[in-house]
Design a protein around this ligand. Structure first.
Ligand code: SF4
Length: 489
């Protein structure tokens, strides 16, 4: 009987084909992206810190290839009967295998099983994960009397001196839910063990399950022969699920096939018409909106990173911390200057960002952004650097959102339902995009910034910092050009 690990069981719970591929066609999986790898790294970092809540716990250090040794060591430590907790303890029962993040010895007898997650809330898939482990641990003879998922606590605020691990982590007790799932887990696990013994893959079509609860690494392979709609109904902004269901029932996948009398919102109607006409539509008063912009015009963009474990005083898990900004200033038409600031050290960037930003944006004229995010960042900076809150409030009062203008005045079928600057720019400013850059989105920027801070290779750091600056500069230059294009429209 094939051995089924916890991660394979979760794979199989998402999709039988995914599980079969994991055993027989692993090379069809896409490599994890830098962002996904960063999520794995975050999980390890949070997991290690969670273990520190249990001083004198025993770490079963063998890696995933040393399962026999891990099983032996776990058994020996349990037999000694003294360790208050074990980390990465290994258990096996009837071909089912798991490593438990933490098992904690209870004062009243028996053990508590704890699964550590780097998120801030409990999800159904975590309960399933613990239920699988509970089934294996009890099957292997461990007296498990409690089970919990440990997540980060959103309301925790770091005092800047020492992390309070009791308050930083939160336990969600799930024993009863897991016990209710035990029969299902055992039945499903047996079915999966049969399934992976089959020579042929199960017949499963792609669908919503390919992205729930996790993005499947086989999607590119599974969808390689599928023909996707040219302008699918997913391009309709804010399409409610009831309307989507109506269209699905009628077999309508393409926007162009939606009948004229189908109920759509105003913006959806515009998108529908634009797809039929294949040209851009100006449907609002662009000049009236742009008339609110005052000279000299500046364009501002922040890049942020969100450490799961708070690093700076007054912050909570996953608070966004700005580390880079770019500002373009348009003193007169075609005369544009640029300034930026990137914090290259691992201390708190916020006071430095504030000081440099106040210099860069001066004290008059509008400051264009492309979303409301910069306002949110400024609000958080005002709290972090209260002695400069007044100046920051003054900057906020000058913000002007170009995204709002685009969304309420213009649409082109090539926006493909998105008003993000990445979608809008190549259409409204032909020839301008992000494809020539090493870093071309905010999430990658944040991952690379953390990599640079952790790197001891100065050339590597320098290169990453240059790439980050180039990306942020492109964002604000894009706004300069976009503003110009909107004026001409
Ligand atoms: S892409 Fe979808 S259908 Fe293919 S293996 Fe993954 S979940 Fe299954």
């Amino acid at each position: 009987m094939p051995t089924l690990s916890k991660s394979r069981f979760i794979s199989g719970s998402q999709c039988h084909l995914r599980l079969w591929n994991d055993f027989h066609a692993r090379d069809l999986a896409a490599d994890p992206s830098a962002s996904l790898q960063a999520i794995f790294d975050t999980g390890h970092e949070v997991g290690e810190l969670a273990c520190k809540r249990y001083p004198d716990g025993h770490f079963v250090a063998q890696n995933h290839l040393q399962i026999t040794e891990a099983l032996v060591e776990t058994r020996q430590v349990l037999e000694q009967g003294t360790a208050p907790a074990l980390f990465e303890a290994a258990f096996e029962h009837q071909g089912l295998l798991t490593r438990a993040d933490i098992i904690e010895r209870l004062a009243s007898g028996g053990w508590r099983l704890i699964e550590v997650k780097s998120t801030m809330s409990l999800k159904d898939v975590f309960v399933l994960d613990v239920a699988f482990q509970l089934s294996v641990l009890r099957g292997a003879g461990l007296d498990v009397r409690d089970a919990a998922v440990m997540t980060l606590e959103r309301s925790y605020v770091y005092d800047g001196i020492e992390l309070d691990l009791k308050s930083l982590f939160k336990l969600h007790f799930v024993l009863e839910q897991c016990e209710n799932l035990l029969d299902t887990v055992r039945g499903n696990a047996r079915e999966m063990q049969d399934l992976v013994s089959a020579k042929e893959p199960p017949n499963v079509q792609i669908g919503d399950h390919c992205f729930t609860p996790y993005d499947c690494p086989y999607y590119e392979h599974c969808s390689r022969e599928d023909v996707f709609p040219d302008h699918g109904i997913d391009e309709l902004p804010s399409l409610r699920s009831a309307r989507r269901a109506q269209l699905n029932e009628a077999g309508i996948e393409e926007i162009r096939d939606i009948p004229d009398d189908f109920p759509l919102t105003n913006l959806q109607r515009i998108v529908h018409q634009t797809v039929l006409d294949q040209q851009s539509v100006v449907h609002g008063d662009i000049s009236a909106m742009l008339a609110e912009i005052n000279s000299p015009v500046r364009y501002l963009d922040f890049e942020t990173f969100a450490p799961p474990i708070p690093r700076f005083v007054g912050t909570s898990p996953y608070d966004a911390i700005p580390f880079l900004f770019s500002v373009h200033t348009e003193l007169e038409r075609d005369a544009v200057t640029h300034a930026d600031y990137l914090h290259e050290h691992d201390d708190d960037p916020r006071p430095h960002i504030v000081a440099q930003l106040i210099e860069a944006v001066g004290d008059e004229g509008s400051i264009c952004t492309y979303s409301n995010y910069e306002r949110t960042v400024l609000n958080s900076l005002a709290k972090a650097v209260p002695e400069r809150a007044e100046e920051i409030a003054s900057i906020s009062s000058r913000l002007f959102d170009l995204h709002r203008v685009v969304k309420s005045t213009v649409y082109h079928s090539e926006f493909r339902g998105s008003f993000s600057i990445k979608s809008v720019l190549p259409v409204l400013v032909p020839g301008m995009g992000y494809d020539d850059l090493e870093i071309s989105d905010g999430q990658t920027a944040s991952v690379h910034y953390v990599q640079a801070l952790n790197s001891s290779d100065s050339r590597d750091r320098k290169q990453i910092f240059e790439n980050l600056r180039a990306y942020c500069e492109r964002d604000t230059l894009a706004m300069v050009r976009l503003h110009d294009a909107l004026q001409r429209l």
